[in-house]
Ligand binder design. Sequence first.
Ligand SMILES: NC(=O)c1ccc[n+]([C@@H]2O[C@H](COP(=O)([O-])OP(=O)(O)OC[C@H]3O[C@@H](n4cnc5c(N)ncnc54)[C@H](OP(=O)(O)O)[C@@H]3O)[C@@H](O)[C@H]2O)c1
Length: 294
Amino acid sequence: MVRRIAITGATGFLGVTLARHFAADERWRVRLLARRSPPPIDSVHPIEAQPYNLEQPVDASMLGGCDVIVHCAHDLTARARGVENNVNYSAAQALIQANEDGPRARLIFVSTLSAHEDSQSEYGRVKYATEQLIDCERHTVLRPGLIIGDGGLFRRMLTQLQSAPCVPLFYFGRRNLQTIWIGDLVKAIELVIAKRADGLIPLCHPEPVGLGDFYASLLVFLNRRVPLIPLPGEPFYWSLRVAEAIGLRLPFSSDNVLGVKHLRCVNPRSALDRLGLDVSDLQTSLQRLAAART
Ligand SMILES: NC(=O)c1ccc[n+]([C@@H]2O[C@H](COP(=O)([O-])OP(=O)(O)OC[C@H]3O[C@@H](n4cnc5c(N)ncnc54)[C@H](OP(=O)(O)O)[C@@H]3O)[C@@H](O)[C@H]2O)c1
């Protein structure tokens, strides 16, 4: 039986990767929900596409016939007074309602490890608030770590490092992060669907990496030698707040620095065991990325 999967944010790093994966599988029909034309995708069945904008209402008919919806779209530029007014939150509410009025498909909400009850960044707070909208008895909330691959935030980090004269390590680099290889994340989503795994699922390699080691690995990957400079976070945070207040656009936002400040590590082992998934560590992920680029 052919099943249908709808993917929001189908022009983004994860959305396109997921679309390519499922489009190559004859058991799936893929429906792309995006605000602009997605890139060409080879597909066994014709690809379906629907205009989708987080700022516009969602009609249940846009989701008609879907068995699974993966909600990847997120507008990082959205700012609002109160998370409930953030467009990412209201768009998730609208999508959930349209799903209830329509196909009642399994909803997979792509959240983040930055989402937790003590999140301070707007990004983490909005994701956490959105998670609370999801009925975790029927649906799934995924919390991936930083996604390693040729796109998204990670590629933006590599691009910045390619020309940076030095690498500032906020909070003196005394923070750890956790990562997941993009291919492992796609596999995890496939397993979530196959095993009907509901609830909250953290997805990352179990071993956290210190910020200094993380950036040192990226510099080796890029074959660059520039100094890593440990810095306090607070003065930088407040300088960014001032810069933002007078309308300056910089490669970092104060929200990014808050995100670093409140990085929190998790133990994903039971979630990975439940899915039967092994995930690559950072070094293996970088090797895979290098191989994919050649
Ligand atoms: N990348 C990571 O390391 C990471 C880690 C943890 C969680 N996540 C989460 O994973 C999801 C996918 O991330 P990603 O790396 O694939 O992000 P991405 O490459 O930045 O893609 C974001 C997607 O959201 C779409 N979008 C933004 N504003 C929109 C709007 N107003 N209406 C409709 N679509 C809109 C973008 O469309 P346009 O192409 O038109 O801009 C794009 O398709 C996000 O929810 C993110 O928060 C990512």
